[in-house]
Write a protein that binds this ligand. Sequence first.
Ligand code: SIN
Ligand code: CO
Length: 384
Amino acid sequence: MFELNLNDITPAQFLAEYWQKKPLLIKGGFKNFQDPISPDELAGLAGEEDIESRIVSKQNGVWDLETGPFEDFDEFGDRGWTLLVQAVDHWHPDCAALIEPFRFIPNWRIDDLMVSFSTEDGGVGPHLDQYDVFIIQGLGRRHWRVGMPDSSLQQHCPHPRLLQVTPFKDCIDVITEPGDILYIPPGCPHDGISLEPSLNYSVGFRAPAQKDLVTGLADHLIDHELTGLRFTDAGRSVPESVGAISDQDLAQVQQMLRAMIDDKDFTSQWFGTYISHAKHELDSTEPDPHYQHDEIAEYLDEGSVLTKLGGLRTLYYQSSPDADIQLFINGERYLLPTTEKAAVLKLTEQISLSMDDGKFFAEDEGRLALLTSLINKGYWYFTE
Ligand code: SIN
Ligand code: CO
Protein backbone atom coordinates (compact mmCIF):
# COMPACT_ATOMS: atom_id res chain seq x y z
CA MET A 1 0.00 0.00 0.00
CA PHE A 2 1.23 3.52 -0.77
CA GLU A 3 0.76 6.02 2.01
CA LEU A 4 0.29 9.61 0.90
CA ASN A 5 1.90 12.24 3.03
CA LEU A 6 0.59 15.71 2.15
CA ASN A 7 3.19 17.19 4.50
CA ASP A 8 1.57 19.87 6.61
CA ILE A 9 -1.86 19.88 5.05
CA THR A 10 -4.95 17.68 5.25
CA PRO A 11 -6.92 16.47 2.22
CA ALA A 12 -9.61 19.03 3.17
CA GLN A 13 -7.05 21.87 3.12
CA PHE A 14 -5.62 20.60 -0.15
CA LEU A 15 -9.09 20.68 -1.71
CA ALA A 16 -9.84 24.14 -0.34
CA GLU A 17 -6.54 25.77 -1.27
CA TYR A 18 -5.07 23.96 -4.27
CA TRP A 19 -7.54 21.69 -6.08
CA GLN A 20 -8.33 23.29 -9.48
CA LYS A 21 -6.66 26.48 -8.25
CA LYS A 22 -2.87 26.32 -8.09
CA PRO A 23 -0.05 23.83 -8.51
CA LEU A 24 1.63 22.23 -5.53
CA LEU A 25 4.89 20.40 -5.02
CA ILE A 26 4.50 17.66 -2.40
CA LYS A 27 8.12 16.89 -1.56
CA GLY A 28 8.44 13.30 -0.27
CA GLY A 29 4.70 12.69 -0.84
CA PHE A 30 5.47 8.98 -0.74
CA LYS A 31 8.25 8.16 1.71
CA ASN A 32 10.73 5.45 0.66
CA PHE A 33 8.97 5.16 -2.66
CA GLN A 34 9.39 1.82 -4.43
CA ASP A 35 8.44 1.72 -8.11
CA PRO A 36 5.52 -0.69 -8.64
CA ILE A 37 6.75 -1.40 -12.21
CA SER A 38 10.15 -1.56 -13.91
CA PRO A 39 11.03 0.14 -17.22
CA ASP A 40 11.25 -3.34 -18.81
CA GLU A 41 7.77 -4.30 -17.64
CA LEU A 42 6.42 -0.99 -18.94
CA ALA A 43 8.09 -1.66 -22.29
CA GLY A 44 6.34 -5.06 -22.28
CA LEU A 45 2.94 -3.41 -21.80
CA ALA A 46 3.76 -1.00 -24.65
CA GLY A 47 4.14 -4.06 -26.89
CA GLU A 48 0.49 -5.07 -26.40
CA GLU A 49 -2.12 -4.31 -29.09
CA ASP A 50 -4.83 -3.52 -26.54
CA ILE A 51 -2.76 -1.01 -24.58
CA GLU A 52 -2.48 2.58 -25.78
CA SER A 53 1.09 3.82 -25.88
CA ARG A 54 3.14 6.49 -27.62
CA ILE A 55 6.71 7.69 -27.84
CA VAL A 56 7.47 11.40 -27.98
CA SER A 57 11.01 12.23 -29.04
CA LYS A 58 13.15 15.20 -29.82
CA GLN A 59 16.20 14.44 -31.92
CA ASN A 60 18.37 17.25 -33.31
CA GLY A 61 15.64 19.76 -32.39
CA VAL A 62 12.89 17.90 -34.29
CA TRP A 63 9.87 16.64 -32.35
CA ASP A 64 8.25 13.35 -33.33
CA LEU A 65 5.40 11.21 -32.03
CA GLU A 66 4.85 7.53 -32.76
CA THR A 67 2.04 5.35 -31.48
CA GLY A 68 2.44 1.77 -30.22
CA PRO A 69 2.52 -1.13 -29.99
CA PHE A 70 6.32 -1.06 -29.81
CA GLU A 71 8.47 -4.16 -30.25
CA ASP A 72 11.85 -2.57 -30.22
CA PHE A 73 13.19 0.67 -28.80
CA ASP A 74 16.67 0.64 -30.39
CA GLU A 75 15.78 3.10 -33.15
CA PHE A 76 15.10 5.79 -30.51
CA GLY A 77 18.66 5.71 -29.14
CA ASP A 78 19.51 6.31 -25.51
CA ARG A 79 18.40 9.91 -24.99
CA GLY A 80 15.74 12.48 -25.85
CA TRP A 81 12.58 10.35 -25.77
CA THR A 82 9.69 9.39 -23.53
CA LEU A 83 7.42 6.35 -23.68
CA LEU A 84 3.91 7.01 -22.34
CA VAL A 85 1.52 4.16 -21.55
CA GLN A 86 -2.16 4.88 -20.77
CA ALA A 87 -4.41 3.18 -18.21
CA VAL A 88 -1.63 1.05 -16.72
CA ASP A 89 -3.90 0.56 -13.67
CA HIS A 90 -6.11 -1.64 -15.89
CA TRP A 91 -3.30 -4.09 -16.54
CA HIS A 92 -0.97 -3.94 -13.57
CA PRO A 93 -2.47 -4.36 -10.06
CA ASP A 94 0.63 -3.02 -8.28
CA CYS A 95 0.40 0.18 -10.34
CA ALA A 96 -3.37 0.40 -9.69
CA ALA A 97 -2.54 0.68 -5.97
CA LEU A 98 -0.95 4.09 -6.68
CA ILE A 99 -4.39 5.60 -7.38
CA GLU A 100 -5.83 4.59 -4.00
CA PRO A 101 -4.18 7.30 -1.85
CA PHE A 102 -5.92 9.94 -4.00
CA ARG A 103 -9.43 8.68 -3.27
CA PHE A 104 -10.28 11.73 -1.22
CA ILE A 105 -11.56 12.75 -4.68
CA PRO A 106 -14.70 10.75 -5.65
CA ASN A 107 -14.32 7.67 -7.84
CA TRP A 108 -16.23 9.19 -10.74
CA ARG A 109 -13.71 12.06 -11.04
CA ILE A 110 -10.70 9.74 -11.22
CA ASP A 111 -9.66 8.58 -14.67
CA ASP A 112 -6.59 6.40 -14.95
CA LEU A 113 -2.91 6.00 -14.24
CA MET A 114 -0.54 6.86 -17.07
CA VAL A 115 3.05 5.74 -16.68
CA SER A 116 5.96 7.24 -18.58
CA PHE A 117 9.56 6.19 -18.97
CA SER A 118 11.97 8.89 -20.08
CA THR A 119 15.57 8.68 -21.16
CA GLU A 120 18.00 11.48 -20.33
CA ASP A 121 16.71 14.77 -21.79
CA GLY A 122 13.36 13.09 -22.57
CA GLY A 123 10.03 14.86 -22.11
CA VAL A 124 6.90 15.76 -24.05
CA GLY A 125 7.77 19.47 -24.14
CA PRO A 126 6.03 22.43 -22.51
CA HIS A 127 2.24 21.98 -22.67
CA LEU A 128 -1.15 22.47 -21.03
CA ASP A 129 -3.57 19.70 -20.02
CA GLN A 130 -7.33 20.01 -19.69
CA TYR A 131 -7.44 17.80 -16.62
CA ASP A 132 -5.99 17.88 -13.13
CA VAL A 133 -3.07 15.55 -12.59
CA PHE A 134 -0.86 14.29 -9.79
CA ILE A 135 2.54 13.40 -11.26
CA ILE A 136 4.55 11.08 -9.04
CA GLN A 137 8.28 10.79 -9.54
CA GLY A 138 9.51 7.21 -9.48
CA LEU A 139 12.94 6.04 -10.60
CA GLY A 140 15.42 8.80 -11.47
CA ARG A 141 15.08 12.57 -11.35
CA ARG A 142 13.34 15.03 -13.57
CA HIS A 143 13.55 18.81 -13.88
CA TRP A 144 9.97 20.10 -13.69
CA ARG A 145 8.72 23.62 -14.24
CA VAL A 146 5.08 24.54 -13.68
CA GLY A 147 3.34 27.90 -14.21
CA MET A 148 -0.06 29.44 -13.53
CA PRO A 149 -2.72 29.67 -16.27
CA ASP A 150 -1.86 32.56 -18.60
CA SER A 151 -4.15 33.64 -21.43
CA SER A 152 -1.22 35.18 -23.33
CA LEU A 153 0.33 31.74 -23.91
CA GLN A 154 -0.02 30.42 -27.44
CA GLN A 155 -0.44 26.75 -28.30
CA HIS A 156 1.31 25.35 -31.37
CA CYS A 157 2.05 21.97 -32.96
CA PRO A 158 5.73 21.19 -33.52
CA HIS A 159 4.39 17.86 -34.84
CA PRO A 160 0.82 17.35 -36.15
CA ARG A 161 -0.15 15.29 -33.08
CA LEU A 162 1.80 17.19 -30.46
CA LEU A 163 0.36 20.31 -28.85
CA GLN A 164 2.84 22.49 -27.01
CA VAL A 165 2.84 25.95 -25.53
CA THR A 166 5.08 29.00 -25.85
CA PRO A 167 7.64 29.73 -23.09
CA PHE A 168 5.99 30.38 -19.73
CA LYS A 169 6.91 31.93 -16.40
CA ASP A 170 7.17 29.25 -13.70
CA CYS A 171 6.01 29.28 -10.09
CA ILE A 172 7.53 25.84 -9.40
CA ASP A 173 11.02 24.96 -10.61
CA VAL A 174 12.21 21.72 -9.05
CA ILE A 175 14.21 18.59 -9.58
CA THR A 176 11.83 15.83 -8.53
CA GLU A 177 13.19 12.76 -6.78
CA PRO A 178 11.57 9.38 -6.09
CA GLY A 179 8.37 9.87 -4.05
CA ASP A 180 7.93 13.57 -4.86
CA ILE A 181 4.51 14.52 -6.22
CA LEU A 182 3.46 17.47 -8.33
CA TYR A 183 -0.18 18.48 -8.40
CA ILE A 184 -1.03 20.39 -11.58
CA PRO A 185 -4.51 21.89 -12.14
CA PRO A 186 -5.99 22.15 -15.65
CA GLY A 187 -4.55 24.90 -17.82
CA CYS A 188 -1.26 25.27 -15.90
CA PRO A 189 1.70 25.09 -18.31
CA HIS A 190 4.28 22.48 -17.36
CA ASP A 191 7.43 20.91 -18.69
CA GLY A 192 9.41 17.98 -17.32
CA ILE A 193 12.86 17.13 -18.65
CA SER A 194 14.44 13.94 -17.45
CA LEU A 195 17.93 14.16 -15.97
CA GLU A 196 18.49 10.42 -16.35
CA PRO A 197 16.35 7.34 -17.11
CA SER A 198 13.22 7.99 -15.07
CA LEU A 199 9.67 6.84 -14.40
CA ASN A 200 6.68 9.11 -13.80
CA TYR A 201 3.18 8.09 -12.74
CA SER A 202 0.30 10.42 -13.63
CA VAL A 203 -2.98 10.01 -11.75
CA GLY A 204 -5.40 11.65 -14.18
CA PHE A 205 -8.93 12.93 -13.64
CA ARG A 206 -12.12 12.97 -15.61
CA ALA A 207 -13.99 16.25 -16.20
CA PRO A 208 -16.69 15.92 -18.86
CA ALA A 209 -17.26 18.90 -21.16
CA GLN A 210 -20.83 19.92 -22.09
CA LYS A 211 -20.22 18.31 -25.47
CA ASP A 212 -19.36 14.97 -23.81
CA LEU A 213 -22.44 15.15 -21.60
CA VAL A 214 -24.81 15.95 -24.44
CA THR A 215 -23.27 13.25 -26.64
CA GLY A 216 -23.52 10.75 -23.77
CA LEU A 217 -27.12 11.77 -23.15
CA ALA A 218 -28.01 11.35 -26.82
CA ASP A 219 -26.40 7.88 -26.88
CA HIS A 220 -28.41 6.93 -23.79
CA LEU A 221 -31.68 8.07 -25.41
CA ILE A 222 -30.89 6.10 -28.56
CA ASP A 223 -29.78 2.95 -26.69
CA HIS A 224 -32.93 2.92 -24.58
CA GLU A 225 -35.23 4.10 -27.40
CA LEU A 226 -36.41 7.02 -25.28
CA THR A 227 -38.28 9.78 -27.12
CA GLY A 228 -39.46 11.95 -24.25
CA LEU A 229 -41.97 14.76 -24.65
CA ARG A 230 -42.75 16.23 -28.06
CA PHE A 231 -43.15 19.90 -28.95
CA THR A 232 -46.77 21.11 -28.83
CA ASP A 233 -48.20 24.55 -29.59
CA ALA A 234 -51.96 24.60 -29.20
CA GLY A 235 -53.19 28.23 -29.03
CA ARG A 236 -50.49 29.61 -31.36
CA SER A 237 -51.17 33.09 -32.78
CA VAL A 238 -50.43 34.24 -36.36
CA PRO A 239 -46.73 35.25 -36.55
CA GLU A 240 -45.39 38.56 -37.84
CA SER A 241 -42.94 36.69 -40.04
CA VAL A 242 -43.26 33.05 -41.01
CA GLY A 243 -39.48 32.93 -41.46
CA ALA A 244 -38.75 33.74 -37.83
CA ILE A 245 -38.24 31.36 -34.91
CA SER A 246 -39.86 33.35 -32.13
CA ASP A 247 -38.30 33.84 -28.71
CA GLN A 248 -41.35 32.15 -27.26
CA ASP A 249 -40.80 29.02 -29.37
CA LEU A 250 -37.10 29.00 -28.51
CA ALA A 251 -37.93 29.34 -24.81
CA GLN A 252 -40.25 26.35 -25.13
CA VAL A 253 -37.48 24.27 -26.75
CA GLN A 254 -35.11 25.24 -23.92
CA GLN A 255 -37.83 24.32 -21.43
CA MET A 256 -38.26 20.88 -23.06
CA LEU A 257 -34.53 20.21 -22.79
CA ARG A 258 -34.42 21.50 -19.23
CA ALA A 259 -37.40 19.37 -18.19
CA MET A 260 -35.50 16.24 -19.27
CA ILE A 261 -32.37 17.19 -17.36
CA ASP A 262 -34.34 18.41 -14.32
CA ASP A 263 -35.83 14.95 -13.94
CA LYS A 264 -33.39 13.68 -11.29
CA ASP A 265 -34.41 10.02 -11.73
CA PHE A 266 -33.62 10.22 -15.42
CA THR A 267 -30.41 12.24 -15.05
CA SER A 268 -29.02 10.10 -12.25
CA GLN A 269 -29.72 6.91 -14.22
CA TRP A 270 -28.08 8.27 -17.32
CA PHE A 271 -25.12 10.00 -15.66
CA GLY A 272 -24.24 7.06 -13.42
CA THR A 273 -24.34 4.68 -16.36
CA TYR A 274 -22.38 7.06 -18.58
CA ILE A 275 -19.65 8.05 -16.12
CA SER A 276 -19.08 4.53 -14.79
CA HIS A 277 -17.89 3.39 -18.23
CA ALA A 278 -14.12 3.01 -18.33
CA LYS A 279 -12.58 4.99 -21.19
CA HIS A 280 -9.93 2.35 -21.81
CA GLU A 281 -10.40 -1.35 -22.22
CA LEU A 282 -10.57 -3.45 -19.04
CA ASP A 283 -8.52 -6.61 -18.58
CA SER A 284 -11.59 -8.61 -17.54
CA THR A 285 -11.70 -12.35 -18.05
CA GLU A 286 -14.95 -14.17 -17.38
CA PRO A 287 -14.33 -17.36 -15.39
CA ASP A 288 -15.03 -20.41 -17.50
CA PRO A 289 -17.24 -22.11 -16.46
CA HIS A 290 -19.15 -19.49 -14.48
CA TYR A 291 -19.30 -19.94 -10.71
CA GLN A 292 -22.50 -21.04 -9.00
CA HIS A 293 -23.70 -19.15 -5.91
CA ASP A 294 -22.92 -22.03 -3.56
CA GLU A 295 -19.35 -22.34 -4.88
CA ILE A 296 -18.76 -18.65 -4.19
CA ALA A 297 -20.25 -19.02 -0.71
CA GLU A 298 -17.91 -21.95 -0.06
CA TYR A 299 -14.78 -20.06 -1.20
CA LEU A 300 -15.75 -17.02 0.88
CA ASP A 301 -16.37 -19.23 3.88
CA GLU A 302 -12.90 -20.73 3.47
CA GLY A 303 -11.43 -17.21 3.71
CA SER A 304 -10.75 -16.41 0.04
CA VAL A 305 -10.13 -12.73 -0.68
CA LEU A 306 -11.64 -10.98 -3.70
CA THR A 307 -9.86 -8.18 -5.54
CA LYS A 308 -11.58 -5.57 -7.69
CA LEU A 309 -10.39 -5.44 -11.30
CA GLY A 310 -7.98 -2.51 -11.93
CA GLY A 311 -9.73 0.44 -13.59
CA LEU A 312 -13.24 -0.86 -12.77
CA ARG A 313 -15.45 2.16 -12.05
CA THR A 314 -17.82 1.57 -9.11
CA LEU A 315 -20.21 4.34 -8.08
CA TYR A 316 -23.62 4.82 -6.54
CA TYR A 317 -26.35 7.39 -6.26
CA GLN A 318 -28.95 7.64 -3.50
CA SER A 319 -31.21 10.68 -3.52
CA SER A 320 -32.05 10.47 0.21
CA PRO A 321 -31.09 8.14 3.09
CA ASP A 322 -34.18 5.94 2.72
CA ALA A 323 -34.37 5.95 -1.09
CA ASP A 324 -33.32 2.97 -3.21
CA ILE A 325 -29.67 2.95 -4.24
CA GLN A 326 -28.56 2.94 -7.84
CA LEU A 327 -25.26 1.08 -8.03
CA PHE A 328 -23.26 1.68 -11.23
CA ILE A 329 -20.51 -0.68 -12.31
CA ASN A 330 -18.82 -0.26 -15.66
CA GLY A 331 -21.87 1.18 -17.41
CA GLU A 332 -24.40 -1.14 -15.78
CA ARG A 333 -26.99 -0.14 -13.21
CA TYR A 334 -28.24 -2.23 -10.27
CA LEU A 335 -31.15 -1.00 -8.16
CA LEU A 336 -30.84 -1.98 -4.48
CA PRO A 337 -32.89 -1.20 -1.36
CA THR A 338 -31.35 1.18 1.15
CA THR A 339 -30.85 -1.77 3.51
CA GLU A 340 -28.04 -2.86 1.15
CA LYS A 341 -26.05 0.33 1.76
CA ALA A 342 -23.24 -1.54 3.57
CA ALA A 343 -22.84 -3.88 0.58
CA VAL A 344 -22.80 -0.93 -1.82
CA LEU A 345 -20.09 0.80 0.24
CA LYS A 346 -17.96 -2.35 0.28
CA LEU A 347 -18.26 -2.67 -3.51
CA THR A 348 -17.62 0.98 -4.31
CA GLU A 349 -15.15 2.11 -1.65
CA GLN A 350 -12.90 -0.92 -1.20
CA ILE A 351 -10.40 -2.41 -3.61
CA SER A 352 -10.77 -5.86 -2.10
CA LEU A 353 -13.27 -7.87 -0.09
CA SER A 354 -11.81 -9.55 2.99
CA MET A 355 -12.91 -12.82 4.56
CA ASP A 356 -15.33 -10.93 6.82
CA ASP A 357 -16.74 -8.97 3.89
CA GLY A 358 -17.16 -12.28 2.07
CA LYS A 359 -19.17 -13.70 4.96
CA PHE A 360 -21.36 -10.60 4.91
CA PHE A 361 -22.13 -11.19 1.21
CA ALA A 362 -22.67 -14.92 1.71
CA GLU A 363 -25.28 -14.42 4.45
CA ASP A 364 -27.93 -12.93 2.13
CA GLU A 365 -29.16 -14.66 -1.04
CA GLY A 366 -29.67 -11.48 -3.10
CA ARG A 367 -26.30 -10.09 -2.06
CA LEU A 368 -24.57 -13.36 -2.92
CA ALA A 369 -26.33 -13.44 -6.31
CA LEU A 370 -25.10 -9.90 -7.07
CA LEU A 371 -21.53 -10.76 -6.06
CA THR A 372 -21.63 -14.00 -8.07
CA SER A 373 -22.73 -12.13 -11.20
CA LEU A 374 -19.95 -9.54 -10.71
CA ILE A 375 -17.36 -12.30 -10.30
CA ASN A 376 -18.74 -14.06 -13.39
CA LYS A 377 -18.18 -10.87 -15.39
CA GLY A 378 -14.54 -10.90 -14.28
CA TYR A 379 -14.98 -7.69 -12.22
CA TRP A 380 -13.82 -9.21 -8.92
CA TYR A 381 -11.42 -12.13 -8.79
CA PHE A 382 -10.08 -14.45 -6.12
CA THR A 383 -6.53 -13.61 -5.09
CA GLU A 384 -6.13 -15.87 -2.06
C1 SIN B 1 5.10 12.62 -18.67
O1 SIN B 1 5.00 11.78 -17.78
O2 SIN B 1 6.12 12.76 -19.32
C2 SIN B 1 3.99 13.52 -19.06
C3 SIN B 1 3.23 13.98 -17.94
C4 SIN B 1 2.54 15.26 -18.32
O3 SIN B 1 3.16 16.27 -18.40
O4 SIN B 1 1.32 15.28 -18.54
CO1 CO C 1 0.93 17.20 -18.87
